[in-house]
Design a protein around this ligand. Structure first.
Ligand SMILES: Nc1ncnc2c1ncn2[C@@H]1O[C@H](COP(=O)(O)OP(=O)(O)OP(=O)(O)O)[C@@H](O)[C@H]1O
Ligand SMILES: [Mg+2]
Length: 443
């Protein structure tokens, strides 16, 4: 947590240094800080990010999360991708897919233009860990295989500056459109492993036609091996795009926009265009690397830019009920009790929620109790039956205190607001009308 909050504090200070150069009197509380997070993150990871921001000294009211692929689609909705300003993306009902290909993750969102030039999400966030750093990992694994793990460990430790230089050089070669070959000067590594052993390793890996030691200290790697480092993540990205384009509910997507740093990779662009081009037009906007940043700013100014979201999991609460052997599965019984906790569902995976839309349920606590504990669960299933089912996970607790004289006076309504970037929960005591918000503790 400290590392995250230190990073956030550093960025905040940098931003204020710049603001103070041009403007006087801006206070921290005048600013809304938007922290972008991948949409495929779970609720607890999102909450962790917010807590890190609070620890960095930001005020609670001044921090909002923005979902990265959504931010990218907010920005992309302005793009004029056609010479005709009334081209396909400008029309109401136009559907487009934004694929944010970053360093760690690939996040995909599918949006549809609404009447007032806003957008709504028409599919749950999707993606995977197929960003540009996977290529770096493959490169390092390749070096491990060629030189042996002990030499690599020694190189990292004893020649750290050289190691960092190698990574920097690889980063710039990775960004080069020409991938015909790569050459690296690796004298320490060759010395640690021994030239003979390096050549033996190359042969036993079956790479003798594509990888060669030249002038003893330099390693020349030909295109097929270089490309093999990129192929895994690119294949996963292409497969998911095609999979989504084929979904019955997602017909009519005319455009696929690639944004994020790794989207600038020529090899990746070419592969995606070749695989997807017959189904939809593939565009890489000019400012692909900064799409998330710019879209997040616009989202912060006008959150109604996103009018609806699609839930990526089912939500519900544990409801203890007496075990009934005709209706319930006996393996779901609570240990030592004649009780099963059924999954009282609030939201179904894939369900669409307008921003700010609320789902509510009322509860009457048992007689003689002065508090009720509500356990909130998520599930990947469409209709989960029990909270103990496979894949169901508890994400938080709510403790509701009640002071009424009878169970009827203690009836309360729990309101879940699902259309936002995080879950917001409010509780209203029906008898008194007292209302209070409560945070779902997801950590
Ligand atoms: N021209 C290029 N060719 C290949 N890779 C590139 C190119 N430009 C940037 N990258 C890669 O893109 C990645 C960084 O992209 P970006 O800045 O979008 O990531 P991020 O937003 O920090 O990560 P994430 O979205 O996963 O949190 C790095 O792995 C970098 O090597
Ligand atoms: Mg990113």
């Amino acid at each position: 947590m400290s590392i995250f909050s230190m990073a956030i504090a550093h960025m905040k200070n940098k931003a204020f240094d710049q603001i103070n150069e041009t403007t006087d009197g801006v206070k921290e509380t005048d600013v809304l800080f938007l922290i972008t997070v991948p949409a495929i993150w779970n609720d607890s990871a999102k909450q962790f990010m917010k807590e890190a921001a609070f620890e960095a000294g930001l005020e609670k009211e001044c921090v909002e999360l923005a979902l990265e692929p959504e931010a990218a689609s907010v920005w992309c909705k302005h793009l004029q991708l056609d010479i005709d300003p009334s081209g396909p993306l400008s029309k109401e009902g136009a559907r487009y897919m934004v694929v944010d290909i970053g360093g760690g993750t690939v996040d995909i969102s599918v949006s549809q233009k609404t009447k007032n030039r806003n957008i709504e999400q028409i599919h749950k966030p999707d993606g995977g860990a197929w960003g540009g750093t996977v290529v770096d990992k493959h490169f390092l694994q390749f070096l491990d295989n060629v030189f042996g793990a002990p030499s690599m460990a020694r190189f990292r430790k004893e020649d750290h500056a050289e190691y960092i230089e190698l990574l920097t050089l690889f980063e710039s070669r990775k960004r080069d459109d020409d991938m015909s070959f790569m050459v690296f000067s690796l004298s320490s590594l060759v010395q640690y492993t021994g030239e003979k052993n390096v050549n033996t390793n190359i042969r036993s890996l079956g790479l003798q036609d594509h990888v060669k030691l030249i002038k003893s200290k330099r390693l020349r790697i030909e295109s097929p091996t270089v490309k093999s480092w990129f192929e895994g993540p690119i294949k996963s990205i292409v497969n998911l795009i095609i999979d989504l384009l084929q979904k019955p509910g997602l017909h009519g997507i005319e455009m696929v926009l690639l944004v994020g740093g790794f989207a600038s990779c020529k090899f990746l662009k070419d592969q995606v265009k070749e695989a997807v081009g017959s189904r939809a037009k593939v565009f890489i906007p000019r400012d692909a690397e900064t799409a998330v940043l710019k879209g997040a700013v616009e989202f912060g100014i006008r959150p109604t830019n996103i009018q609806a979201r699609v839930m990526k999991q089912s939500y519900g609460i544990a409801k203890p009920v007496p075990f009934d052997r005709l209706r319930h599965d006996s393996s779901m019984k609570e240990h030592g009790m004649d009780v099963v906790n059924v999954f009282e569902q609030f939201v179904e995976i894939g369900e669409r929620f307008k921003t700010g839309e609320i789902v509510s349920k009322s509860f009457m606590p048992h007689k003689g109790t002065n508090s009720t504990q509500i356990e909130i669960y998520i599930s990947p299933l469409t209709k989960p039956r029990y909270v103990k089912e496979r894949g169901c996970k508890k994400i938080g607790d709510l403790l509701i205190k009640h002071r009424g004289r009878s169970p009827r006076e203690n009836i309360f309504t729990v309101l879940f607001e699902f259309g936002k970037t995080e879950i917001c929960v409010r509780v209203v005591m029906q008898h008194t009308g007292a209302e209070y918000s409560t945070a779902v503790n997801c950590i």
